[in-house]
Write a protein that binds this ligand. Structure first.
Ligand code: SAH
Length: 223
């Protein structure tokens, strides 16, 4: 595909994300996403994260299959979840569900260090190799069960979960530092899930707000 076609599609996608941010403002409370988040969405080459045959659709505002029954999230969802984390350039972020590594790359553009856990070993290996090749040296990928988080690297300033658990995993709450933000879709598969934005209060309890109906693949338990 002609690189200028991809660039044009990428530009169009950014405008679509802005329009969708405006449309969903009554749910999310955010009519526009921060400049830093939109710059990250402009910078990360999504076509490097989809399957080669899906290159023409890399900048369509839809999820795409990445193999092993998994998907790379819709770009608007990546943008809104990143925005809801309110990241600072020095923040340490934990992601559960590395998938293609795309969300991790977007996080790396706006935060400090990114730690991402993936339960499918083949996807973890592919994401690690892809992120290395693209120069994302601040991202560490671990093959493991996200229900355990990544205790050796805790506490985190922010946690993002990109597969849906039935309820918020306790280990993740424990690994969130004081004032830390967590964005997580909660609910059963094939039923509407709710995207929650949580904040860990100084007393250790978790404040929660259900913001937006979403559809994610299930967060599975490792056999
Ligand atoms: N963030 C990804 C998309 C994630 S799709 C991207 O940008 O491409 C959800 C991912 O969560 C899948 O790759 C799935 O294998 C993974 N997953 C599901 N359950 C998990 C668990 N318990 N721990 C870690 N990863 C899990």
């Amino acid at each position: 595909m002609d690189p200028t076609d991809l660039e044009r599609a990428h530009d169009r996608l950014l405008r679509e994300i802005e329009a969708e941010a405006l449309d969903t403002r009554s749910w999310t409370g955010r009519a526009r996403f921060s400049d830093r988040v939109m710059e990250a969405m402009a910078k990360v080459p999504r076509h490097a994260f989809v399957l080669p045959e899906d290159t023409p659709y890399a900048y369509v505002n839809r999820p795409q299959c990445i193999g092993y029954g998994q998907t790379i999230s819709q770009p608007y969802i990546v943008a809104v979840m990143t925005d809801l984390l309110d990241l600072k350039p020095t923040d340490r972020v934990l992601e559960i569900g590395a998938g293609s590594g795309y969300q991790a790359a977007v996080l790396a553009e706006v935060a400090g260090k990114v730690f991402t856990v993936e339960v499918v070993p083949e996807l973890a290996d592919a994401a690690r190799e892809r992120l290395r090749r693209l120069g994302y040296g601040s991202v560490s990928v671990r093959d493991g069960d996200g229900y355990q988080g990544w205790p050796e690297k805790a506490p985190f300033d922010a946690i993002i979960v990109t597969a849906a658990p039935r309820r918020i995993p306790e280990a993740l709450v424990e690994q969130l530092g004081p004032g830390g933000r967590m964005v997580v879709p909660v609910g059963r598969v094939h039923e509407t899930q709710m995207l929650y934005r949580c904040v860990r209060r100084p007393d250790g309890t978790l404040g929660k707000a259900g913001l937006l109906p979403v559809a994610f693949v299930p967060m599975v338990h490792r056999q």
